[in-house]
Design a protein around this ligand. Structure first.
Ligand code: UT7
Length: 330
């Protein structure tokens, strides 16, 4: 098969209409705008009401990305949905496929928590580079409000809901300039949304587990230390793979977990903080959605221009982390 390159030619995003600010959250748990803003930079977050589905958010983001790309739904070959909060554990990507009318596309979910978008980008690239698929829609979307413990002030103030999407197309020139991905399951207990079953005896010889998922638990300080150590490291390695110096990067679009993490990573890499896109004040941590949401805002307001080199980095549960450098547009 002929090896081809790829270009990212469209993006889109969608958020629930309801936004809860820090003062509003102070009515739910003992916290304050001052604490949340100083420790994280977050001011408010969008939250999905019970009528919202992830399929709805993901399809809305994907439709906008297809429109920007000028690609018709019937031309899409593959839909990847990076999420940890599917509407259905069997998968939500195929519901998005139906909503979009992407009748020819194969679709599946991919789970890598807050690294999901970067892992999905690299997965999409493999299908394109091998010549198998031409048009791929990659969506990062999460409705973490479904799984947050709303009595735990250490976690519930951090998260929000949303979706972002990109259209990736085969092209003679390869604009994925470098990437590196990692997992370390030995630190899995730092951040979980874990299954919790209760034993159910079916017959005297057969017992199975039945139940649901526990709310999110996180050791915030451990995850913070992991992020500020591993993200600069994986970004530096990715710059090396891309043959680029940090000074040649136009924009950094990182997972939007905490402004202090964004600043620390920028400082560690000697990249000016103004080059680091940040929108977590408005959205909080939207997990797999955070990178494409931030990317979409920066493309639509004209900061990111065709040809710009963008360093992306995702990190989070697993633990997982990764980075990719892409050149925007054609
Ligand atoms: O998307 C996955 C990636 N996730 C992350 O990157 C998260 C990484 N971690 C962090 O961003 C930070 O660790 C947090 C923002 C989660 C917490 O900030 P911190 O500076 O590490 O605070 P802390 O956990 O050390 O807590 C400091 C104090 C504690 O009080 P004491 O024990 O010192 O008296 C907490 O009980 O702040 C208290 N506290 C709060 N106070 C008011 C914790 N949460 C709150 C709150 N409001 N919401």
């Amino acid at each position: 098969m002929e090896r081809v390159g790829l270009a990212i030619i469209g993006c889109g995003s969608a958020s629930p209409a309801v936004s809860l600010d820090n003062d509003g959250l102070s009515q739910v748990v003992e916290t304050s705008d001052e604490w949340i803003a100083t420790r994280t930079g977050i001011r408010r977050r969008c939250l999905a009401d019970p009528g919202y589905s992830l399929a709805q958010l993901g399809a809305a983001a994907a439709a906008k990305a297809l429109e920007m790309a000028g690609v018709a739904p019937e031309e899409v070959d593959l839909i990847l949905l990076a999420t940890s909060t599917p509407d259905d554990l069997f998968g939500t990507a195929s519901v998005i496929q139906a909503r979009l009318g992407a009748t020819r596309a194969v679709s599946f979910d991919l789970t890598a928590a807050c690294s999901g978008f970067v892992f999905g980008l690299v997965t999409a690239a493999q299908f394109i580079r091998t010549g198998v698929y031409r048009n791929v829609v990659l969506i990062g979307g999460d409705i973490l409000s479904r799984w947050v413990d709303w009595s735990d002030r250490r976690t519930c103030v951090l998260f929000g809901d949303g979706a972002g999407a990109v259209v990736i197309q085969a092209d003679p020139i390869d604009r994925l300039l470098g990437f590196e991905l990692h997992s370390d399951g030995s630190q899995n207990a730092c951040l979980n949304l874990a299954y919790q079953g209760e034993s159910k005896v079916l017959t005297p010889d057969v017992t199975i587990a039945q139940g649901g998922y526990r709310p999110i638990t996180m050791n915030g300080q451990e995850v913070y230390k992991f992020a500020v150590r591993k993200v600069p490291e994986v970004m530096e390695k990715t710059f090396f793979h891309a043959g680029l110096d940090a000074a040649e990067i136009d924009w950094v679009v990182m997972h939007q977990a905490n402004q202090r993490i964004l600043d620390a990573v920028a400082d560690r890499l000697s990249i000016p903080r103004e080059k680091v896109i940040s929108n977590l004040a408005k959205y909080g941590n939207t997990s797999a959605a955070s990178i494409p949401l931030a990317l979409d805002e920066a493309v639509r307001d004209g900061r990111i221009q065709p040809g710009n080199k963008i360093a992306m980095s995702g990190f989070g549960a697993g633990l997982t982390w990764g980075a990719a450098v892409v050149q925007w547009g054609k």
